[in-house]
Ligand binder design. Structure first.
Ligand code: SAM
Length: 291
């Protein structure tokens, strides 16, 4: 396996690459680059052993994280929207003996599962403006386990905290339930704003998410409708906030969950149980039974 140091030695320093290719950071594209090889290597270690593994990277930019991933033995499929980065990435590709394929485009429009293939790890220092949308997409699929093996993603720290949040905290909400009902997220490392060029206004953190088994009898769409209604009015009692959601108040009664409680006091397990009850009562089989 080529060590990450070897790749870094062959290629010019990232600062020089950025200057030579005129990669002045674009705010609109969420460009905050990481240049410290040691830090990039620590991020690339988060998903575990990458030797011989495929990695899907969104937004390689000048290629710092890409170099570190290839250095860990990965084969990288990277999607970059900014054409200005392509020549710099071509240099990484030629130094890596075919272990980097770059797709120019918007990650929101790419069929990532088809490009990266089942079993790929997703690793990205995400552009902040599309980060949450991509995370929600990766966590919302009907099919489970998903096509990806793990997610290693840099977010603004506030978003990272919402992903791993526990009940009875202000950070707990739809994102926590979505990220925890059939996967296990952890906050892998915090990254100081000064590590980025240019530094963003806020601190960042890397979250690592691995899929677990999905609870039976629950559709992601029902759970999503339920959490949207519950947290849409998080100060209200559940009986009120779920009033308009077919089957939900009855599900609370059947499960013995008090309607006076507020959304943020419910565990992920309780949300799953309510969604399961709603689905059971609305399935064609149940309709036939009731009918
Ligand atoms: N990976 C590099 C690093 O760690 O230094 C750059 C990370 S920077 C935070 C985000 C990158 O995503 C930029 O290179 C930006 O051009 C790219 N980007 C922004 N929006 C994108 C999109 N919709 N699809 C693909 N790439 C995008």
């Amino acid at each position: 396996m080529t060590s990450s140091t070897a790749i870094f030695e062959q290629l010019p320093p990232l600062r020089e690459v950025i200057a030579r290719h005129g990669l002045s950071a674009s705010k609109a594209l969420g460009q905050n680059f990481l240049l410290d090889g040691q830090l990039l290597d620590r991020i690339a270690r988060v998903p575990g052993d990458l030797a011989g593994q495929r990695v899907y990277e969104v937004g390689p930019g000048p290629g710092g994280l890409t170099r570190a991933l290839i250095g860990r033995g990965a084969e990288v499929i990277a999607v970059e929207r900014d054409r200005r980065c392509l020549p710099a990435l071509a240099e990484v590709a030629s130094a890596s003996a075919g272990r980097l394929r770059v797709i120019q485009g918007d990650a929101l429009d790419i069929d990532d599962a088809a490009e990266a293939g089942t079993g790929a790890h997703i690793v990205s220092n995400l552009p902040y403006n599309v980060g949450t949308a991509l995370l929600v997409r990766w966590l919302s699929g009907e099919a489970w386990p998903p096509w990806w093996a793990s997610l290693t993603l840099m977010f603004q720290q506030e978003v990272a905290e919402r992903i791993v949040a526990r009940p009875d905290t202000s950070a707990y909400g739809r994102l926590a339930v979505l990220a925890q009902w059939r996967s296990e997220p952890r906050l892998a490392m915090k990254v100081h704003r000064s590590a980025f060029v240019p530094p963003p206004k806020v601190m960042s953190a890397v979250v690592h998410i691995v899929p677990t088994s999905a609870p039976a009898g629950v559709s992601p769409r029902t759970l999503e409708r339920l959490t949207a209604a519950a947290f849409g009015q998080r100060r209200k009692m559940l009986r009120r906030s779920l009033q308009a959601l077919g089957g939900a108040p009855a599900a609370l009664d059947r499960l013995g969950i008090e309607g006076e409680r507020r959304a943020e006091t419910l565990s992920v397990h309780e949300f799953v149980a309510i969604a399961r009850e709603m689905d059971a009562r609305h399935s064609p089989a149940a309709d036939a039974e009731l009918g």
